[in-house]
Design a protein around this ligand. Structure first.
Ligand SMILES: *Cc1c(COP(=O)(O)O)cnc(C)c1O
Length: 429
């Protein structure tokens, strides 16, 4: 059947040879998915999710049972006091921006103890000037870079904490960087350190791409807020838009007042018929995340064998669903993305090309043939067109689609002359 997709025999056999080595890995991923599946079902049962919750509300959205129940379910899944889960939160960046601007006041300082934050946050914070940034409101930003080996520089962090430090932001996933992603355990150690240095400081974790990859979440180890996008892991591929913030009662109240209006908070916000996809998406999220993770591990192993650098490495423990591959040339990045696109159920006939995407400082190429536009829990690949020509691969609602996408990416790399077929045949033996 792979031949029907134009995938040559040598690519397929090489893929199968790589897969033979991944059985134990896949079994571990399945065990975590099982635990998270039970966690989600238990939260739904505890909160008495009912058929009535799958209805809709319009206008102000007062007394929206489905919305309020879903937020309690999220709070239970993340073991927090409260949560906001809303279609009015337009994306991950919006959710993060909302959380930052809800907590910080003029004169406060925001600290990132893990180096540079995600590209789009640079404009939110004002590292790159933008209208409405935190900087415009007199909120300053400090950063402690990671050590060369990717570990926390506790000395620099201690120095960066001062009397104005009000919020510490920790990005769990590497995003478009080559640093490692952090385990929940590492994040817990970092939180304990900053809270010991400054009791009362609030900690927010950018949880994008990390949800359900481990048994625990950063909110289990002291984060005051965890923030993410519903078109990534927790939406399970079904949520068509939205974001969430789960955290302490105090934080969520401030965030709700920022999202809607002081005085109104969580009480308003029509759900407009979107709730069935949120409920069912959350229900599917643990297994969807596992599929994405298997795809990532497969990609890492396969490209590593062909001499490319994979971050994380094929054998390394994973803390998110993003797989970075250093492909070294712009041609290879385009070929890789072309293959992922060609394997998609939607828009398989189009060719991805680099473009100047808002919020990013160099042209970005994106491959996505998604049911939900821009969804990166669906099989997708993207990369900024700059040295060292990393491609960031993520998603796969089903493992079999992930497998097809990766084989197709390899086929395209071979066709483009980025990998020699002889080499492939030799390695498959
Ligand atoms: C995706 C992502 C964001 C931003 O989310 P958008 O939905 O693209 O705005 C922020 N941080 C990290 C680590 C992400 O992966």
């Amino acid at each position: 059947m792979y031949e029907g997709f134009g995938i040559r025999r040598s690519v397929e056999s090489f893929g199968e040879a790589v897969l033979d080595e991944l059985k134990d890995r896949f079994e571990k991923i399945d065990r975590i998915a099982e635990k998270n599946q039970l966690k989600v079902i238990a939260a739904m049962q505890k909160n008495k999710a009912s058929e009535a919750c799958l209805g809709t509300s319009t206008g102000y959205g007062y007394n929206d049972l489905g919305r309020d129940t879903l937020e309690s379910i999220y709070a239970d899944v993340f073991h927090t006091e409260d949560a906001l889960v809303r279609p009015q939160i337009t994306c991950g960046t919006h959710a993060l921006s909302l959380a930052l601007s809800a907590i910080l006041r003029p004169g406060d300082e925001l600290l990132s103890p893990v180096g540079k934050p995600y590209d789009t946050l640079e404009e939110v914070i004002g590292i790159r000037p933008a209208a409405g940034s935190l900087a415009e409101f007199g909120i300053t930003y400090a950063q402690a870079d990671l050590k060369e080996d990717g570990s926390f520089d506790y000395e620099a962090i201690e120095k960066a904490i001062n009397e104005r430090t009000a919020l510490v932001t920790i990005q769990r996933s590497k995003g478009y960087q080559s640093r490692p992603s952090f385990s929940v355990e590492q994040i817990g150690e970092l939180i304990a350190f900053v809270k010991k240095k400054k009791p009362g400081v609030k900690v927010m974790v950018d949880n994008c791409y990390g949800e359900f990859v481990e048994e625990n979440e950063p909110s289990d180890v002291g984060a005051d807020m965890v923030v993410g996008s519903l078109i990534k892991n927790p939406g399970g591929g079904l949520a068509p838009t939205g974001g969430y913030i789960a955290g302490t009662k105090e934080c969520i109240e401030l965030v709700a007042h920022r999202l809607t209006s002081p005085g109104l908070g969580k009480e308003v916000g029509a759900s407009l018929g979107i709730l069935p996809s949120y409920y069912q998406g959350l229900f599917l999220a643990p297994t969807v995340t596992a599929s994405a993770e298997k795809s990532a591990v497969f990609a890492a192993k396969l490209y590593e064998k062909l001499g490319f650098m994979a971050i994380p490495a094929g054998e390394e423990e994973r803390h998110d669903i993003i797989q970075a591959l250093t492909l070294k040339t712009p041609e290879a990045v385009e070929a890789f993305c072309g293959g992922i696109q060609a394997a998609s159920p939607i828009d398989s006939h189009v060719t991805p090309v680099p473009w100047d995407m808002p919020g990013y400082d160099s042209p970005v190429i994106m491959a996505a043939g998604a049911f939900v536009s821009g969804s990166s829990i669906e099989l997708s690949a993207d990369g900024p067109m700059r040295e060292p020509y990393n491609v960031y691969f993520q998603g796969g609602l089903t493992w079999y689609h992930g497998k097809l996408g990766i084989l197709m990416s390899l086929e395209y790399m071979v066709r483009r002359g980025c990998i020699s077929e002889k080499n492939l045949e030799r390695m498959a033996e």
